[in-house]
Design a protein around this ligand. Structure first.
Ligand SMILES: [Zn+2]
Length: 242
C-alpha cells in the first residue's frame, strides 16, 4: 500500500467520525425543535390555565353557598327574636305588628332558602364538572412531562456520544499523517454550510459521497489518476478513494 493510499484510508476513518458528529447535531436540533413536544407543552399550558379556572369557579360557588347560608341564618335569627317578643305578649296592636313582621320574614326566608338551594346545586355542578375534567388536565400535564424527559434523555445520550467522538477525533487526524490533506478535507467538509462528505470510496463507477454514477470515460480518468494525485468527484468534489 502506498503512503497516499494509507492516508486516504485513515481519512475515511476520520470522515466516519465527522459524519456521525454531523448526524448527532442534526438529530439534536430536531429533538430540540420537536413539534410533538411543543404541542404537548402548549396543551399542558392550556390544561394548567383550565385547572386554575375550575378552581376559581369552585371557590366562587362555595362562597355563594356561604353567603346564602348566612342570609338564611340571619332571617331565621330575626324570626326567632320576633317569636320571643310575641311570647312575651303586649298590646294587640304591637302583637299584630310583630306577627306581620314574622310573616314578611318567613316569606323572605322562603326566597333565601330557594337561593340557598340553587347555590348548592350550582356548587355541586361545578364540583362534578371539575371532577370530570381534572383527570384529563392531569393527563395532559403528565404527557408533556414525559415527552420533555424523553427528549432530554435523548439529548443527553447524543451529548455523551458527541463527547466520545470529539475525544477520538485528534487521534484519527494524526493517523492520516498529512496535515495538508486534512486541511483540504476540512475545507471540503465545511464548504457550503458544512456537514458535507469530503472523502468517499469510488466503487462500481459511483461516487460514495453523492452517489453519482460516472460515465465510462470519467470513471477511467478517476481510476487512472496519476500516482500522487487524488481524484475528485466531478459532481460534489469529494476526494475519491480507489
Ligand atoms: Zn460525488
Amino acid at each position: 500500500m502506498t503512503e497516499q493510499q494509507a492516508a486516504l484510508l485513515a481519512l475515511l476513518d476520520l470522515q466516519a467520525v465527522d459524519s456521525e458528529l454531523h448526524a448527532i447535531m442534526v438529530k439534536a436540533k430536531s429533538l430540540q425543535e420537536s413539534e410533538h413536544v411543543k404541542s404537548l407543552l402548549a396543551r399542558r399550558a392550556q390544561a394548567i390555565e383550565a385547572a386554575k379556572q375550575l378552581d376559581a369557579r369552585g371557590k366562587e360557588a362555595a362562597s355563594a353557598v356561604d353567603g346564602a347560608d348566612t342570609k338564611v341564618r340571619e332571617i331565621q335569627a330575626r324570626i326567632d327574636r320576633d317569636s320571643e317578643r310575641l311570647n312575651h305578649g303586649g298590646t294587640a296592636k304591637d302583637l299584630m305588628g310583630i306577627q306581620h313582621e314574622i310573616d314578611t320574614l318567613t316569606k323572605q326566608r322562603g326566597h333565601a332558602e330557594d337561593a340557598q338551594y340553587q347555590a348548592m346545586e350550582h356548587a355541586e355542578a361545578v364540583a362534578a364538572d371539575r371532577e370530570q375534567k381534572l383527570p384529563l388536565l392531569r393527563a395532559a400535564d403528565a404527557q408533556a412531562r414525559d415527552a420533555v424527559s424523553e427528549r432530554d434523555r435523548g439529548l443527553a445520550e447524543l451529548q455523551d456520544r458527541h463527547r466520545e467522538l470529539t475525544a477520538q477525533r485528534p487521534e484519527r487526524v494524526s493517523a492520516v499523517g498529512d496535515e495538508t490533506l486534512v486541511a483540504r478535507y476540512d475545507s471540503l467538509r465545511n464548504a457550503r454550510g458544512g456537514g458535507r462528505i469530503a472523502v468517499a470510496r469510488f466503487e462500481r463507477e459511483t461516487c460514495g459521497a453523492c452517489g453519482t454514477h460516472m460515465s465510462p470515460g470519467d470513471a477511467q480518468l478517476i481510476l487512472n489518476a496519476p500516482a500522487g494525485t487524488i481524484p475528485t468527484c466531478i459532481e460534489c468534489s469529494a476526494l475519491l478513494v480507489r
